[in-house]
Design a protein. Structure first.
Ligand SMILES: Cc1ncc(COP(=O)(O)O)c(C=O)c1O
Length: 418
């Protein structure tokens, strides 16, 4: 359907006019994921200061691996990570952290750090030299924990020696918060590494009204926190934060002689590149740092509270209507509002296999119609024994009550004949 837009690469240069048309077509045929009626993903929006930060970052076109070519960005990263650790509540100034390509990679770092802390020999001798290790995580946790288990040689159905527990602060689908204090008690008792995946919920740490949902996070050994989700920083911007300094470096450093010479004229601890599993590393810090400067901590708080108020508005709007049914009881803890739309043909019908099968087909059908009309976008999915339902999330500060009203009306309009 991309009429006239030729994606094939040419041997000869195209004209500037054609290049501009290509740019226009790229945006024209793409999905407008920054639009205030785009509710499909946790990362959305278009912060204008963040955009300026991204442009400046590309203008500099440097690489985070050494201080010698990215001195300002390295310092900004250090200061921002320190500030994030303070907000978590780690009092020791000597913690650690790094920005990574996303929450999944941040979670992977946490497992690597835990394994290295308890079994440093794994770096040189491999998994055969250590006991069969077990990772614990909940069914609602993000699939990246399981994926990291597979990638790092733990396997997804393996183990005897407990090593690590992942608690999720803001689950991907329900937006639920695990009880961190209770989990931390068990981890302390059995000397296990506690990771808190606050990729999504970490943003609430910026809000005095909502940060109690993360009580106990200061007891974690490591935390994943994605500014590119709830805080609206442009993709990509994800931190892995560690309470203890030195583990990342020990775990990952390979001392490549062409980058990390030991006899540089400056303090080489500013070369952060060997902490990473990457070699080259994109500058993700600047847009975040610039946004923080422009909004202040209070600006992030206002923006996050607004999104939470909007989802509360949605929840209150639909919770008692016969056209909608909530997926779980009680008020959502985050901006996730999970619900079924019940079309007229299924209203009043008692629960049965037939009703469940029919209801399962409703959300995908509405979503398909929604995408054809191009008016709004929201995610759906089944979960455990629940048939397909809509998972609504709000993280775009540009969204308003009228966008929420629109979504509800649109679902009703598209679903009324199903
Ligand atoms: C709780 C949680 N952790 C980790 C991730 C992975 O984040 P990313 O997509 O930035 O890798 C997600 C993504 O939705 C998430 O919800």
């Amino acid at each position: 359907g991309m009429e006239g837009f030729n994606l094939e690469l040419s041997d000869n240069p195209e004209s500037l006019e054609q290049i501009l048309v290509d740019c226009r077509d790229t945006l024209k045929y793409g999905v407008r994921t920054g639009h205030p009626r785009f509710f499909n993903q946790l990362s959305t929006g278009l912060d204008i200061i963040g955009l300026a930060g991204e442009w400046l970052t590309s203008t500099a076109n440097t690489n985070m691996f050494t201080y010698e070519i990215a001195p300002v960005f390295v310092l900004m990263e250090q200061i921002t990570l320190r500030k994030m650790r303070e907000i978590i509540g780690w009092t020791d100034k000597d913690g650690d952290g790094i920005f990574s390509p996303g929450g999944a990679i941040s979670n992977m770092y946490s497992i690597m750090a835990a394994r290295y802390k308890y079994y440093p020999e794994v770096k040189t001798k491999g998994m055969a030299a250590v006991p069969k290790l077990v990772l614990f995580t909940s069914e609602h946790s993000h699939y990246s924990i399981k994926k990291a288990g597979a990638a790092l040689g733990f396997g997804t159905e393996n183990g005897y020696a407990p090593l690590y527990v992942n608690a999720t602060a803001g689950t991907t689908v329900y937006g639920a918060f695990d009880p961190i204090h209770e989990i931390a008690d068990i981890c302390e008792k059995y000397n296990l590494w506690l990771h808190v995946d606050a990729a999504w919920g970490g943003g609430l740490l910026m809000s005095s009204k909502h940060r109690h949902k993360l009580n106990g996070i200061e007891r974690a050994n490591s935390v994943t926190w994605n500014p590119h989700k709830m805080m609206g920083v442009l993709l990509q911007c994800s931190a892995i934060l560690l309470r203890e300094k030195g583990i990342l470096q020990g775990c990952n450093q390979m001392c490549a002689g062409y980058l990390f010479q030991q006899d540089k004229q400056y303090d080489i601890t500013y070369d952060t590149g060997d902490k990473a599993i990457q070699c080259g590393r994109h500058v993700d810090i600047f847009k975040f740092w610039l946004m923080w400067k422009a909004k202040g901590t209070v600006g992030f708080e206002t923006q996050i509270n607004k999104c939470l108020e909007l989802s509360e508005y949605l929840y209150n709007k639909i919770k008692n209507r016969e056209e909608f049914e909530m997926v779980f009881k009680g008020e959502p803890e985050h901006t996730n509002v999970c619900f079924w739309y019940i079309p007229p043909s299924l209203r009043g019908m008692p629960d049965s296999e037939e009703r469940r099968e029919k209801l399962h087909r409703v959300a995908p059908k509405i979503k398909a119609l929604m995408m054809e009309s191009g008016t709004t976008m929201v995610g759906y999915q089944p979960h455990a024994d629940k048939v397909n339902f809509f998972r609504m999330v709000v993280s775009n500060p540009a969204a308003t009550k009228s966008d929420i009203d629109f979504l509800v009306e649109e679902i009703e309009r598209l679903g009324q004949d199903l």
